[in-house]
Design a protein around this ligand. Structure first.
Ligand SMILES: NC(=O)c1ccc[n+]([C@@H]2O[C@H](COP(=O)([O-])OP(=O)(O)OC[C@H]3O[C@@H](n4cnc5c(N)ncnc54)[C@H](OP(=O)(O)O)[C@@H]3O)[C@@H](O)[C@H]2O)c1
Length: 379
């Protein structure tokens, strides 16, 4: 692979996804490997490019990239594995540089491992890196506003809780949404960082509470964003209002499957949809993007795609805590110009439904005969 417009660095969040990736790599003629064998060989697989990714823009631009998997094990995201995982992201980055990628998006934990440590990446030779978190924030904020509209809620009277509030994604969401809600509850583990963010928001007249323990807030949240860097879905929300709107933006997901959610309206946030066409070669469609709608991709990866289609090869998002509403607006405008929009909302049960029971969104897509281009359109 040489002279790519972009590269996307990612990792799988379940062993099921890993098994599917390996099945494509091994080819249909080979029988699938048993789960225990997959877990044995996985640590020995070096980061590598899995496929070309071709994207089209609704205004006619095209860009070619590659998806590079760092092969970080789905259950190896904890603190004990940080050094090894950073080495994996560095090796994946070296692959992207060697392939001549002009811009690289760091998906999921790849950016968390590198955020604030971009000097840990290999010598660049003209390749720029973005965490992609600005577009992620845009789609979380858009999703919250859309969900409020679908549920007939007035966001201005809501209490917003952000778990992982001091992170790059969480603090960006706080800056975008705080001026539009009644009060904000900030949760993370480090008190000093919480205090700094609370002070910043209070200076703009926002009513803020902060706590390291979700049970310590004085009010129940009715809108919740989960954006903590948890190594597995382990968050038990506890105190939220019945029928709260909850956006789980984590990768891996934040919410424990056993969390008590009191009829909460949950959706998976931070996702966008490419409407100008997306093609993988070889065909990893539905394996690298495991969503119930076509051409849905994480916002962090889409940021690199949108910048490549725009011909803006710059490190748009770097560091932690620098995302502002102005930058979010700039990024979502670039993406929209090329037909990249908020993805249809869904959760573990499927597409998000209206209260009346009808699907909130109608989707259709067409596959051109003899071609693997798939077009999606949200109505
Ligand atoms: N959907 C998408 O497209 C997309 C895109 C990018 C990122 N993400 C996901 O979004 C999440 C956040 O990413 P990020 O870049 O913002 O990470 P980050 O900058 O490392 O921030 C993580 C935040 O989580 C907090 N945190 C960590 N463990 C916690 C715990 N046990 N309880 C409460 N708070 C905790 C951290 O603060 P303390 O350390 O003080 O607790 C910090 O506020 C990750 O899961 C990431 O994979 C999703």
């Amino acid at each position: 692979m040489i002279d790519l417009d972009f590269a996307l660095i990612g990792h799988q969040d379940s062993w099921r996804a890993v098994a599917d990736v390996l099945a494509v790599l091994r080819g249909p003629e080979r029988t699938p490997l048993p789960d225990d064998e997959i877990k044995d060989i996985f640590p020995w697989i070096p980061p590598r490019a899995l496929c070309y990714v071709d994207v089209g823009s609704v205004v006619g631009a095209k860009a070619r990239g590659a998806y590079i998997d760092s092969f970080i094990p789905p259950d190896g995201l904890g603190a004990a594995c940080v050094r090894e995982n950073i080495a994996r992201v560095r090796a994946a980055a070296a692959n992207a540089i060697q392939a001549g990628a002009k811009i690289v998006s760091l998906g999921g934990f790849s950016s968390i491992l590198i955020e604030g440590n971009f000097d840990q990446l290999p010598e660049r030779q003209g390749t720029v890196f973005t965490t992609g978190n600005t577009l992620t924030v845009a789609y979380i904020v858009q999703g919250i506003k859309k969900m409020c509209a679908l549920e007939g809620r007035d966001i201005r009277s809501s209490t917003l809780l952000i778990v992982g509030a001091t992170g790059d994604v969480g603090s960006g969401c706080a800056r975008c949404l705080a001026p539009h809600v009644r009060r904000v509850l900030l949760c993370a583990r480090n008190v000093e960082r919480l205090r700094r963010l609370a002070t910043e928001l209070q200076a703009d007249g926002v009513q803020v509470e902060m706590a390291t323990d979700l049970r310590r807030f004085s009010a129940d949240a009715d809108v919740v964003i989960c954006a903590a860097s948890l190594p597995s879905p382990e968050l038990l929300l506890g105190r939220v209002a019945p029928r709260a709107i909850v956006c789980d933006a984590g990768y891996p997901k934040n919410l424990s499957p056993g969390a008590e959610t009191l009829g909460a309206r949950i959706f998976f946030g931070g996702l966008g949809q490419i409407t100008g066409g997306l093609r993988f070669a070889p065909d990893f469609h539905g394996i690298l993007n495991r969503h119930p709608f076509p051409n849905v991709v994480q916002g962090c990866l889409l940021e690199g795609v949108a910048l490549a289609l725009e011909g803006r090869f710059e490190p748009f998002s770097q560091g932690r805590g620098a995302i502002t509403p102005e930058r979010v607006e700039e990024m979502e405008t670039i993406a929209a110009r090329h037909g990249i929009y908020l993805a249809p909302l869904y959760n573990a049960d499927g597409p998000v439904q209206h209260d009346c029971g009808a699907p909130a969104l109608v989707e259709h897509y067409i596959t051109k005969p003899g071609d693997r281009w798939i077009q999606g359109a949200a109505q």
